[in-house]
Design a protein. Sequence first.
Length: 165
Amino acid sequence: MDDYSYLFKIILVGDANVGKTCLVRQFTKGYFPPNQGPTIGVDFTIKTVDVDGEKVKLQIWDTAGQERFRSITQSYYHNADGVIVTYDITNKKSFESLPQWLDDTNRYTSKDVLIAIVGNKSDLSTNRKVDFHHAEALAEKENTVALETSAKEADNVELLFMSLA
């Protein structure tokens, strides 16, 4: 018999170098991987967590952000329960790409999927190029939530994943 009550598939999408892999490593392993290179294709991790006394197994799919992997990334949306749409607060272009990532999310997932818009690298706020109120406005338009995280400092990382569990 399996040792969990529920299984949830969570995928992370967003441009390359926004910190998706670092968010996953911080949540699943408790460390920040310095000098993390870009993901090739997809990386898959499992973590079992306790939610209200129930064991929940999270399948976390960390997808590549490079355009050349976009077509394969689409297949990973299938059966997703949660999608973390990620941008880098120090990179305006990564934020400007969010509508395309959200369009893909809406196109390839069910209507009841949970979506979080996440501005990563909040520890670099002195280099901020995207004000949080822009993310909040986009989240309101998309009827979802916005959050800022720091994979390096572990700020809001646990909160992010547990809110989708």
